[in-house]
Each structure stands twice: as C-alpha cells, then as structure tokens.
Design a protein around this ligand. Structure first.
Ligand SMILES: *Cc1c(COP(=O)(O)O)cnc(C)c1O
Length: 234
C-alpha cells in the first residue's frame, strides 16, 4: 500500500462521513473519524497521520504498545483509543498509554482504570453496550446500563463520555440503523438521569452511514482506510 493509496482512502472515508452527515442535517465536523489500525504496522499509520489523521484505535494491548512508541517521535499529538476486549489485568497499561477506552462493560475494570490513572488527565471512557441480545457476549445489557453508568461516572480520574456498540452484522439501511437507534436512545436515557454524556461510538466500514444517520459522534473505521486485514494486514 502506497501513501497515495492511503490518502485516497482517507479522502473517500471523509467524503462518506460528510455525505451521511449532510443527508441527515448534521454538521460533518461533529463526527470524529477513528482509524482502526489493528494488524497494520507503523508505516500505514504514519501515512494517515501525515494526512492529518489524529485518532487511532487499537484492539490488542501487546500489539498497540510498540506502535504507540514508534509513532510518538514524529507525531507527538496522536490520540490513542483502546477498543478491544478489556480485562482488569490490562488496565494498568491501558491507563498509562491510551487517551480513550471504548470497551468498558464492568465496574471492576472501570475501578482498576480509575486507580491506575491517578495523577493524570482523566481517561475518556465509553461503556460498551450489548445491542444485539444473545448474538454478542461483550457489552453490558441495556437493563443494567443505568446502574453501571452512575457508578462509573462517580469514579475519579475517568470521564464517562458515552456509549459504544458493535452490532451483529446486518444488511440494508433499516436493519443497520436499528441497533444504532437503540444506542442513541440509551444515551438519551443517561442524559435524562442527569449524566453529562455526549459520545456515541458506533459505525464501522460497512455501516458508518447508518451510524451517522443515528447520531454517531465517533465512527471506528478499519478496512475502508487500511484495506482488508486478511490481505493487507500483519
Ligand atoms: C476492527 C474493528 C473496527 C473496524 O472494523 P472495519 O470493518 O474494518 O471498519 C471497529 N470497531 C472495533 C471494535 C473493531 O474491532
């Protein structure tokens, strides 16, 4: 993959976001593009960073740490988002090296992140919600969300920003929008409870238009930016 390819892909994804936002009367600048870089090495990330991309998402801690270190010299202002499955034993490194975490679904993990973040700027945090019922094992159930959100919002060194979901794959705009509409309704419910939340992390390469139509403020895009992972990845 050449730099020219990467620039063209970035332009294409930005245009998709802008078109989807405009179509639903939203400001394209209200949608933040998170480049999901799992399996791709530092040169691919650097090519996007050179085009102005600042937010990068990683799923696996051991893979992410060397990449974060490799890019820090040339691009000291990148914003790193942890979006993968998260157990308590990874909380220390995640709190030390990331700016955002999207995949918290248990209070014990949030408590550990809070303790490990002591003395630093607050870690920005989204709660992952299971919007597909039994199809997915990760994420808090909608029924348990308000209680978890209240408890997490009360922890020091964290800032609860909103909600994240990874719906089961669906085809067609209506089927794609349904879980995103649910996440949007859940965010509104948290606001009605008095929580200061503003973030909907939803939408990937195949369904970002549906997510933007339902109010996504962060879309997490991998293959549309970097190419297919099985062909072009690690
Ligand atoms: C891999 C991944 C993405 C990006 O998926 P694409 O289909 O490649 O855009 C987004 N979010 C999470 C949590 C992921 O693991």
């Amino acid at each position: 993959m050449t730099h020219t390819d990467q620039t063209a892909r970035l332009d294409d994804v930005r245009a998709r976001i802008a078109a989807a936002a405009t179509a639903s009367g939203r400001d394209p600048a209200a949608v933040r593009l998170l480049a999901v870089s799992k399996t791709f090495g530092p040169p691919a990330l650097a090519a996007l960073a050179a085009c102005g991309q600042r937010d990068f998402g990683e799923n696996y801690l051991q893979e992410a740490l060397p990449k974060i270190a490799a890019l820090a010299g040339e691009f000291p202002d990148l914003c790193w988002h942890f979006i993968g499955p998260l157990q308590s034993n990874k909380a220390r490194d995640v709190a030390a090296h990331f700016d955002w975490v999207h995949s918290v679904d248990r209070l014990s993990v949030a408590q550990r992140l809070s303790r490990q973040r002591e003395g630093r700027a607050p870690l920005q945090l989204c709660l992952q919600v299971n919007v597909s019922g039994e199809a997915s094992k990760s994420g808090v159930d909608a029924a348990q969300l308000p209680e978890l959100a209240r408890a997490v919002a009360a922890l020091p060194n964290l800032r609860l920003r909103g909600l994240m979901c990874i719906p089961a794959p669906a085809t067609g705009p209506a089927a794609q929008r349904a879980p995103f509409a649910l996440l949007r309704a859940l965010l509104r419910q948290l606001r009605d409870l008095g929580l200061d939340v503003d973030t909907l992390s939803m939408g990937m390469s195949a369904d970002l238009e549906a997510a933007v139509a339902e109010g996504a403020t962060i879309v997490r895009v991998g293959s549309a930016l970097f190419g297919a992972r099985d062909a072009g990845g690690a």
